[in-house]
Design a protein around this ligand. Structure first.
Ligand code: NAP
Length: 527
């Protein structure tokens, strides 16, 4: 049984069907697509180059699918997922509207029993989670949220039916990657837009553009090389770090390099920078100052520009939101910024938002307030393992895993995009293809040998969890207040660091997985 019909669950379904397994996907939504099914807010699109995001497993699929933009928008992404599902006839193996509430391991029969919200009970031998890393949206805990008379929703729940924004007074709370995409996209479509910003982020231009037919032909001819490049970078993107340090490069040369990065589409500015920008305070400060000047150059009001420049963390320490006309939006007379660090929100009122300074009236309030990332989706399911232990109790102070794939006490439960795996810190489809291919190999190995129970050893789990923690120490992101460190101010207890992602890079992770398999699945007890 696979939980979740997003990019990860669908690929695992495809692989297992090809291997002759008896497999079903349970999906809580009423259609496929995961992230691309739920997030329908204006401006939602890839931050990965489209042609690095598509599946790489089928030459036929690569040959027939045309991406129309370098950073494809949500509707096209959802069409792509549906195309894959139809092409490989996956739909009949998926059950929709299945909200898994509880999963209980039976250590005598080696079976998971799944309880669904609709009262059904199902059983399976192997339980594979593909439940997403950003799939448990979180709302602020503000007084009066239910009292607002107009529509209000989290970006993750942006309605399927078109939302008419014309002439509307709209509030957006939150300026992460989601808020930044949304604000840039709707600034010229609404009547008045008021952005409630707690802490600004370092944003950089996406430089999206259409893909012409000729360009698509050349991308198609180049797919092998594109995927080879992605395989060899830490993040699974076409952008890899410049191995030089900032101080090694003469000032004029490094400024010219940074100008080029600022003009380059996508994550080059974050992932293709000098390697110490994300590791060394001084290098980071110098590059942050460069980007701060860019913001000052784009926002006409100097006081406003300062409010949009982060002062509490450096560039790239948190996930860099990629933007399209984001800073220019603030030059429009209908766009206003409220720094809630200075004038906190006191409550939501029936007609809008009250800060410590004044009342604001709105027709629509949008919460772009992020997710209980990575572990939130797991905490939403009551996983009960051996001896009645609960996953959410075991992970209270942070996840404990072996390879980000399995947890001691929860045999036959495989997390295909689990905490402490590389998929979370990688261009997602590139990361999950690695894990799914590897896991599929393990299942074949298990079937061939009649293995009915797979669980990591306590030693292997302790070693991996310590390794993941250690990898944080060399990076400035260890100081971030962001989902990379498990921070979420809206969830009780999530205000301290949790080691959520594997920072060793995709090639190193892939190599480790290969070694584990070569050593007869070292660290796993196969019984
Ligand atoms: P996020 O990065 O966690 O940002 C949430 C925003 O809401 C932050 O500005 C946060 O402020 C603010 N916020 C949260 N609670 C608040 C409260 N109680 N009061 C006021 N403000 C509050 O979430 P996100 O923007 O949804 O992005 C999450 C992740 O999704 C991204 O990092 C990225 O990995 C992914 N994403 C990807 C894409 C893409 O690839 N195209 C697009 C969008 C998102 P603080 O900073 O002060 O906490």
């Amino acid at each position: 049984m696979i939980i979740g019909a997003g990019m990860c669950g669908l690929y695992q379904l495809y692989k297992l069907l090809r291997n002759g397994a008896d497999v079903t996907v349970l999906e809580r939504g009423d259609d496929v697509g995961g992230t691309w099914y739920w997030n329908r807010y204006p401006g939602c699109r890839f931050d990965s180059e489209s042609y690095t995001y598509g599946y790489s497993f089928s030459k036929e699929l690569l040959a027939e699918w045309d991406w129309t933009e370098h950073f494809s928008p949500q509707p096209e992404n959802l069409r792509y997922v549906n195309h894959v599902v139809d092409k490989f006839e996956l739909r009949t193996h998926i059950q929709f509207g299945c909200n898994l509430t509880r999963a209980v391991w039976d250590d005598e029969h080696h079976i998971w029993t799944l309880e669904l919200a609709d009262g059904r009970t199902l059983t399976c031998r192997f339980l594979l989670t593909a439940i997403g890393l950003l799939s448990a949206p979180t709302m602020p805990r503000l007084t009066g949220m239910d009292s607002f008379r107009g529509p209000s929703f989290h970006t993750y729940h942006w309605p399927k039916a078109p939302v008419d924004l014309t002439g509307k007074r709209v509030a957006v709370i939150g300026t992460g990657a989601t808020g930044v995409q949304l604000i840039g996209a709707i600034a010229d479509k609404v009547g008045q837009l008021t952005v409630f910003q707690r802490r600004p982020n370092w944003c950089a231009p996406l430089h999206n553009a259409p893909i012409s037919a000729a360009e698509m032909a050349s991308i198609r001819a180049d797919y092998a090389e594109i995927f080879r490049k992605c395989d060899n970078t830490p993040g699974g993107f076409i952008h890899g770090p410049d191995r030089r340090r900032v101080a090694e490069v003469p000032r004029e040369e490094r400024l010219a390099f940074w100008e080029r990065l600022y003009a380059t589409p996508g994550f080059a500015i974050w992932l293709g920078n000098f390697r110490d920008v994300l590791m060394d305070e001084a290098a980071n400060a110098e590059f942050s100052a460069f980007v701060a000047d860019k913001i000052r150059g784009r926002v006409k009001d100097p006081v406003l520009a300062e409010k949009l420049i982060p002062k509490d963390h450096g560039f790239g320490v948190q996930r860099v939101p990629m933007e399209t006309r984001y800073y220019e939006a603030y030059n429009r007379p209908n766009v206003h910024l409220v720094s809630i660090g200075e004038t906190p929100i006191e409550r939501i009122t029936p007609t809008g938002i009250r800060t410590s300074e004044r009342d604001y009236e709105f027709d629509l309030i949008v919460y772009a307030t992020g997710f209980d990332a990575v572990t939130g989706a797991f905490d939403g399911i009551d996983f009960v393992g051996t001896d009645g232990q609960r996953l959410r109790d075991n992970w209270r102070d942070g996840p404990l895993t072996y390879l980000g794939l399995q947890v001691v006490g929860f045999p036959n439960l495989f997390m295909l995009a689990g905490p402490q795996s590389a998929s979370l810190s990688t261009n997602f489809p590139r990361g999950i293809e690695t894990v799914v291919d590897w896991a599929s190999g393990l299942f074949e190995h298990a079937v061939e040998r009649g293995i009915r129970r797979i669980e990591p050893t306590a030693e292997a789990q302790a070693e991996w969890t310590a390794h993941v923690e250690e990898l944080y120490q060399g990076l400035l992101l260890r100081k971030a207040k962001s989902w990379f460190t498990g921070y979420n101010s809206n969830v009780e207890g999530h205000d301290k660091i949790r080691y959520m992602i594997y920072n060793g890079g995709a090639p190193r992770y892939r190599q480790r997985l290969a070694e584990v398999a070569q050593q007869g699945y070292a660290g796993f007890r196969l019984g």
